[in-house]
Design a protein. Sequence first.
Length: 255
Amino acid sequence: MNANNHTATGCPVSTEAHGAGGPAKGASPVHFVLRRASEVDAAAEIESPLGSTIAWVRRFLARPNPDLGRAGPVCPFTPMALELDTIWMTEIQDAAPDPQRIQDVIEECRKIFVETEPREGPMAINKVIMVVFSGLGEDAATWIDAMQAKLKPNFVDVGLMLGEFHSRNETPGLRNEAFRPLRSPIPMLVIRHMVESDLPFLKRETDKPEVRISYLRSYLRQLGTTIRRNYFDQAVDALVNAEIEQRSAAQGGAR
């Protein structure tokens, strides 16, 4: 990619943000800036929202935690992402963001994520885009959760995940229900590749059966040939149960 690609996207992203071929033509004119974690570090913006966020990533996500319930860092992919410099960040400063604009920004980030190297192979799993909402106030949790719930299906459908991070996130850890791995000092939405351990987030009974069916079919379609047998079996069982639940609900409504 070269500097001319900035004009092509209508999005002044860093020159490394796309793959060598650049973004697809006809991309929507959504304006925001993507910066690598190393660029944030180089600017010595330690106290800025992006600087504070990457410091939290190093201090929390990239390190072990006694409450995690297993060995290793909170996020096993973060240390390599920091080493490879494959964490990109953008900041939304609005105190009352326009939902449609933010949806456009997130969808554009999804397109950029797919186009950005590494696109495939074992290193691709370490790629992340963090959309940091530095201007949100006390209603940040509600706002972030609602936006994530609305956009998550578009990501899961193509083998990606959209994670919601904020100071009030109550999602428990997979091995310790008292641990809160998705709590962050500054709210953000995070784009990454789907991995086999995402299964619990895709079969939640709090989601409607049709939502679970869509998520689990995508999980099996995207990862079915690579995941371990126990994850495959759990996904199939959850899919069957969701389909039975949906069918029972339809039959009950027809009576």
